[in-house]
Design a protein around this ligand. Sequence first.
Ligand code: ATP
Ligand code: MG
Length: 156
Amino acid sequence: MWEVITRSRKETINLGYTLGRFLKCGDIVLLWGELGTGKTVFAKGISLSKGIDSRKVDSASFVLLKIYEGSDRIFHYDFFRIHSPDEIVELGFFEYVEEGISVVEWPHYLIEVLGEIPFLEVFIEHFNRNWRKIRIISSHKRFKTTINKLKKEYRG
Ligand SMILES: Nc1ncnc2c1ncn2[C@@H]1O[C@H](COP(=O)(O)OP(=O)(O)OP(=O)(O)O)[C@@H](O)[C@H]1O
Ligand SMILES: [Mg+2]
């Protein structure tokens, strides 16, 4: 587990960017946090690290999945409006998973169906106005080195 405070949108983008550099095809990142905490901002950072124009990255309501082509493909999910894990399976989540990096906002239904599949979690909380407390956690061996590299490389 690693905890960091970001003091601006830009710092959160940079944190996502630094993490993104160490992510590879097949990785799954779950973004937890209330409305407007910065999940999409974090996803922009990850996408930037793969050479994707971050202006393309948003989480418009009713769009469950956006796909961005970069040095790795990014599958950006927003499951705020779904009502069951079945919708995730029907959408093709498990068919896509090895085709790129999956970045998931509102992953509460997804975790019900992930089973043994490894994932990394990012918890974002309001700290004060433009500050966010961000915790990066994974119990899976695959991501231990990812988190260690991030700790070493992140410069604020
Ligand atoms: N330190 C910070 N990190 C990230 N965003 C910040 C920070 N400080 C202020 N903000 C602002 O908070 C907002 C975060 O919006 P964002 O769309 O990323 O939230 P979200 O968690 O994806 O919300 P939703 O659940 O509606 O999808 C942006 O307007 C951003 O500019
Ligand atoms: Mg969002």
